[in-house]
Design a protein around this ligand. Structure first.
Ligand code: AMP
Length: 380
């Protein structure tokens, strides 16, 4: 089924062609018609499924002819868990929205940066992409009113709940008008997400995209048995020996992320750490440099393991394992997306062995293990 069957405007079809979107992804085939019909949607799909364009395209279509808003009222509210996802989603709205003849203004707002520029920018906004805490601050200071919202999107709802935004979300729900369209997207359907579904959604179209298996097929996974003190040399050996050009390395603490990045730089490998203690500006800069290829290695904590779309990322290395198997799956989901194969490598110390077994069992897939004892790490 091509994009032309949905009744999207010629301008949008051209924008899709410009972005090299030739065929709708499975989730888009189901979500786009439902949203165009103004139905509520419960979408169980993870990042990488194409869910963003799945809701962005029909929302833009539905907005046509309604873009004049009352002062500081917005038409569409997208709630997201992180600043990175806020920026990423707003970029998709801007990319496709700019093809429309009428002006559609999208703004991303999030905490960790000064609120004043966001307050000023909230004039005549149609689509607001926000993290819950900062949105409430902006509402309190009357920089934005939510009573005119026609469509509410909760993106990565499970993550938003996991990050402790429950209370903020309930406060926001109370500020919304009764009659509106609700779109709820989540990687998992846990009890909390089901509850929101029951409270918020009216007779939703339920769409479940089970594509983790396909994704796993695209990712070749390898584990290296290595002592804790040899993890650093092994990491540098792997990067240099396989001439890896773009590597996302995960650590479990901010301290470790800084430490690993530091040692890589000392060994002549361009690397930066990205975590919650870095300023928003530094995070954006690091991500942009990494995406453009200027930066070879990004060392990150789980903060960015979900929601960040880096196309064709060939390597993910777990310097340390995440605590939950779900996080492992999300981490390695950074690679092997959009039909490009990727490699996920985990450095397994003797203490990690048992935990890695649990992760593999949960994932339903056994990972090839290599003993690093046979690798000569001298000089790395
Ligand atoms: P998402 O799950 O929304 O983060 O999207 C994952 C990636 O797929 C993004 O890089 C999108 O640009 C890309 N994408 C989404 N839909 C399509 C499509 N129909 N054709 C090609 N690429 C797409």
């Amino acid at each position: 089924m091509p994009f032309t069957t949905f009744g999207l405007s010629p301008a949008l079809l051209k924008a899709l062609a410009d972005q090299n979107y030739s065929q709708p992804y499975p989730i888009q085939q189901e979500v786009i018609p439902a949203i165009l019909k103004k139905r509520d949607v419960l979408g169980i799909a993870k990042t990488g499924s194409g869910k963003t364009a799945g809701y962005v395209l029909p929302i833009l279509m539905n907005l046509q002819g309604k873009t004049i808003t009352k002062n500081r009222h917005v038409n569409v509210l997208v709630l997201v868990p992180t600043r990175e996802l806020a920026m990423q989603v707003s970029e998709v709205f801007i990319t496709f929205g700019s093809s429309f003849p009428e002006r559609i203004k999208t703004l991303a707002v999030f905490g960790g940066v000064s609120i004043n520029p966001q307050m000023m920018a909230l004039q005549n906004v149609n689509i607001l992409v926000a993290t819950p805490g900062r949105l409430l601050e902006l509402v309190e200071s009357k920089a934005v009113h939510l009573s005119g919202i026609e469509t509410l999107v909760l993106d990565e709802a499970d993550k938003m709940l996991n990050m402790g935004f429950r209370e903020e979300m309930s406060l926001i729900f109370k500020l919304l008008p009764k009659k509106r369209q609700n779109l709820l997207f989540s990687a998992t359907l846990n009890d909390d997400v089901s509850r929101i579904n029951q409270i918020l959604l009216e007779n939703p179209v339920v769409i479940k995209i089970e594509e983790e298996d396909n994704t796993f097929d695209l990712i070749s996974q390898v584990g290296y048995f290595v002592s804790e003190e040899n993890k650093g040399p092994l990491l540098r050996y792997l990067i240099k020996n396989s001439d890896m050009k773009q590597v996302l390395v995960f650590t479990s603490s901010v301290y470790k992320a800084d430490n690993v990045a530091d040692k890589l730089r000392k060994n002549g490998i361009k690397a930066t750490a990205m975590h919650s203690k870095k300023s928003q500006g530094a995070r954006t800069e690091a991500l942009n440099k990494f995406k453009s290829g200027e930066l070879r290695v990004l060392v990150a904590t789980d903060l960015i393991s979900r929601g960040i779309d880096i196309q064709f990322l060939p390597y993910v290395i777990n310097y340390e394992l995440p605590r939950s198997p779900k996080d492992y799956i999300h981490r390695i989901g950074r690679t092997g997306r959009a039909e490009s194969p990727g490699e996920a490598i985990s450095l397994i110390s003797p203490e990690d062995k048992q935990h890695f077994r649990v992760i593999q069992k949960k994932m339903g897939k056994w990972v090839t293990m290599i003993d690093s004892e046979n690798i000569n790490l001298q000089g790395f």
